[in-house]
Ligand binder design. Sequence first.
Ligand code: PMP
Length: 423
Amino acid sequence: RQSVQVPAVVGAALRVPLATGGHIEYANLDHAASAPCLRGVQDAVDELLPWYASVHRGAGFASQVSTKVYERARDVLRKFVGARSRDAVVFTRNTTDSLNLLARSLPKGTSVVLFDTEHHAALLPWKGPWIRRIQTPASAADAVVALDNALVSAPAGPRLVVVTGASNVTGELWPVDELAAVARKHGARVALDAAQLAPHRAVDIKAWDVDYVVLSGHKLYAPFGAGALVGRADWLQAADPYLVGGGATKQVVNYGDHLGVAWSAVPERHEAGSPNVVGVHALAAACEVLSANWSDIEAHEISLLRRLREGLRSVPGLSELSLFDGPRVGVVSFTVEGHDAGLIAAALSAEYGIGVRDGAFCAHIATRRLLAKCGSTEQQALRASLGLGSTAEHVDRLVDALRTLVTVGPALTYRLADGRWVP
Ligand code: PMP
């Protein structure tokens, strides 16, 4: 039972059909993939929809409104992550887009250090002569030492350390401030992937001494299509535009055999094309709602997470995946030896109206390693992730359903179609 009042989400009591007949309230336990829209976000979007128009370039009233809304959102994002006044806010599509933009903006020869259990969005974009992917050690304290050792051997020149605030596989919190302190000692900048952290905990890049933070609106209870890169402007300013086109240019001149182009300054430099004003407004509205409710949000999540983990311990053969066995946000991945994760996920949906994620969560190295660590021979895991739409009933339903599925089995027969189990 909830003793705290958390912000309401849209579609909190959606009813979904069961393959066994009838309907049931949907138990969305997949917030880590995408979170439902907050009511406050829906209201903010409703208000803007009649007014949205092209930003910056239009002189009409609606354009002025949209430009104000769009620029105001930068200030909201700046506050949301605890940015310094020197930090730029570049709006992107999502975390993946933000990290790719940062990767493309690194000065030539930048050394990059990261842990190999990262989400693919943080693992893959980096290019350059020296990239060190540290095998994630068994404790957070060892991770700090491992980073220190890796940076000792990094070549002279610009350096970047990429860290994640909270793992999308285990929900575990990384020691961001300690890792940042080590990075600083070696003259490295730090980019924080806050895709999973920002929906659950206040981010403070100034206090943690981090240079860049990236996040996605759709994990923060806003709809898809808007994300942000917040951080130091100098590398972004020195880099070629991420996309070229209108908005990224101050002036274009035809010299006959070539075009002379003066690129805009950051942030417009990396925001070519008509921007997603509605998405950015929704993202900012979500940030404002979350910022005003952190203590209730955390209390709600902590109590449900305790209930979930205790419940999962009662399921025969279930092992929870863990990097460090450390504190975590409301994300838990697990495996049940001898049970196909995809089949369990399909049965949870078809027979119980529960949405979880199965697979390797776009973090193949992490998921495989953690499965092996708990002695599993499975290649895929299940993930239940909590959010503002979660209730104790959803958690209890999941635990009861898992117990039935692994002891008695599914009520229906399933077959594989295009790699997915269907009843
Ligand atoms: N990093 C982490 C930790 C994530 O959980 C995700 C999304 N699963 C991403 C990056 C990528 O986010 P997006 O798909 O919104 O670009």
